[in-house]
Design a protein. Structure first.
Length: 559
């Protein structure tokens, strides 16, 4: 009897997988497909017009939209099962870590690969997606931060490391592992979904980075209540999500030099961090294609969380610290060991002009009151600005795409006014003196370019459906906060800047998609080290050339 049941069940699975389905969730930051949906919105695709792209992952209404520009009527099925596109990502960095935004993959030197198959199912109002991630990494040692600095400089470097969780090199436990990846289960009623997930979430309009959440780190285990599509609230459209999540420290001491760790590193608490968050995006009925939203998160070590509504949902509390001072002028609020991040964003796109522009501004700390917020907006801030534009060519279906983004997270000159004693107080975006940093498993959950860094990114490419060939230019200022703290007055030292140029090639063959990126990077003043031939009269920093390559292979098992 068991044999017959097995064959009956297998037949049902094959039957369900062979039916035509058009519903599919696109993981946040999924290569090629998410970018394609963004382009199609700029080209005026009707079914995508109300999506802000500030709340991801996206539920696509038509999976054939990924492969052609033809519209196929959407059929909502009550019972359904389908195989998801298989993703294989391989990354190679020749002599140092470089790059970001690769889901569960760590930032490392050498070769690394990720494999993610999946299956999606629906049973009336129950939906599930099982998309695990299997990672294998060479994780080579490389030249990191040196020990030939003074104790004051080493102390300052470890200060940022101790206020975050960004190890130079991961332990062997991360060389090979499996994770639930982009998996979830949810109950759905109209535009509302509630469930549990390990997916990456992406809050904000950014294309290359996000101030709060992106696909730069492993996805958190979290519970969610969200809109699965823009909801009509009569005065406009609304997208929103509330999460309660678990983020983990890596437990890895920051430096590859164990001797330095023994002297300067602070041990981890051994507890996990409770993360709560809310994201709301609004599209006014009188301003189509314009979106305004905000994101807010709190994190706190779990043993410090009070087990009540206020402790579990601090994202709903007021934004000000006013009247929270004790007798010794210490903010009582800080005794809770909580770390807050908040961001506001705007996005506008025009389908007639085939362009979009967006901005996101974030703050890492409560303002004392509204007056301080207005007069001192530079305190603990980060921001990003971006755009994309499609230019039509003489060939139907072909476009030139130009898109760019600026990310600024290094502290402003405001620090000199607010912090007279620079060596003891200020921190960087995604770091915190009590909760280590806004990270999961040793990587920032938002901006991926590195703590205290800034970036300018520009892409120019030629597009035809999912096919692309183009150039990518990046300039990254590494850890400007640290440089300004210890080297700003030293004429012999210069900022560590990475200049990179890359070639992008995407191509589709029926169900098979290849996406590749080949970059050559020159690091000037790498790790703030002097070149071997430097002299006092002619100081020069160390240069390091790096080759970096990324290859994504996507195979659609079912269409």
């Amino acid at each position: 009897m068991l044999k017959y049941y097995f064959w009956i069940l297998s037949g049902l699975v094959v039957l369900l997988c062979s039916t035509n389905s058009f519903s599919q969730t696109i993981p946040a930051g999924f290569p090629v497909l998410e970018e394609s949906l963004r382009r199609q919105q700029l080209l005026g695709v009707e079914e995508l017009k109300d999506f802000s792209l500030g709340l991801r992952p996206i539920v696509s209404l038509n999976q054939n939209r990924f492969y052609t520009q033809d519209s196929v009527p959407f059929v909502e099925k009550k019972v359904h099962l389908e195989l998801l596109p298989v993703l294989s990502t391989s990354v190679y960095n020749s002599n140092r870590p470089f790059g970001w935004g690769n889901f569960s993959m760590m930032n490392s030197a050498g070769a690394q690969t990720l494999l993610s198959p999946g299956i999606y199912g629906k049973l009336f109002f129950l939906k599930f997606q099982f998309r695990p991630e299997f990672v294998a990494s060479q994780n080579k040692a490389y030249q990191g931060f040196g020990e030939n600095f003074s104790d004051n400089i080493l102390f300052a470097r470890f200060r940022y490391w101790n206020f975050g969780d960004h190890p130079e090199r991961f332990s062997e436990d991360y060389n090979s592992f499996a994770w639930w990846g982009q998996s979830y289960v949810s109950l759905n009623a109209g535009p509302i979904a509630v469930g549990a997930s390990t997916e990456n979430i992406w809050w904000g309009p950014g294309q290359f980075n996000a101030l709060i959440f992106s696909n730069n780190a492993r996805g958190m285990e979290h519970l969610f209540l969200r809109t699965s599509r823009p909801a009509n609230i009569f005065i406009g459209k609304l997208e929103a999500e509330i999460i309660m999540a678990r983020a983990n420290d890596s437990g890895i001491l920051p430096s590859q030099n164990q001797g330095l760790n023994d002297v300067f590193a602070t041990p981890f608490r051994g507890d996990w961090r409770y993360v709560s968050g809310v994201s709301i995006t609004y599209q006014p009925v009188f301003l189509p294609n314009f979106f305004a939203g905000f994101n807010r998160t709190f994190q706190q070590y779990n043993e410090d969380v009070t087990n009540d509504f206020r402790g579990r949902m601090p994202v709903l509390e007021p934004f000000q610290k006013v009247k929270l001072f004790s007798n010794n002028n210490t903010v009582v609020y800080d005794s809770k060991g909580q770390d807050q991040q908040i961001s506001f964003f705007l996005r506008y796109y025009n389908s007639k002009g085939n362009f979009e522009a967006y901005a996101e501004y974030g703050k890492q700390d409560h303002s004392y009151n509204w007056r301080e917020f207005i007069l001192n907006p530079e305190h603990a801030r980060a921001y990003l600005l971006g755009f994309s534009k499609l230019f039509k060519t003489s060939t139907k279906g072909q476009y030139f795409q130009v898109r760019g983004e600026i990310v600024q997270q290094a502290e402003s000159v405001n620090r000199y006014v607010r912090y007279p004693q620079l060596n003891t107080l200020n921190t960087s975006w995604h770091t915190h003196y009590q909760v280590r940093g806004f990270t999961n498993e040793g990587q920032s959950m938002g901006i991926g370019i590195g703590v205290g860094g800034n970036a300018q990114i520009l892409e120019i490419s030629k597009i035809s459906n999912l096919n692309k060939i183009g150039l990518l230019f990046q300039r990254i200022e590494n850890h400007q906060d640290f440089f300004n703290r210890v080297f700003a007055d030293n004429p012999d030292k210069y900022p560590w800047i990475d200049f990179s140029m890359g070639v992008l090639v995407d191509h589709q063959w029926d169900r098979f998609i290849l996406s590749s990126k080949v970059q050559v990077n020159q690091g000037l003043n790498y790790q703030w080290q002097n070149a071997p031939n430097t002299t006092r009269n002619y100081p020069s920093g160390q240069k390091l050339w790096t080759f970096s390559g990324t290859l994504n292979l996507i195979y659609q098992l079912h269409r």
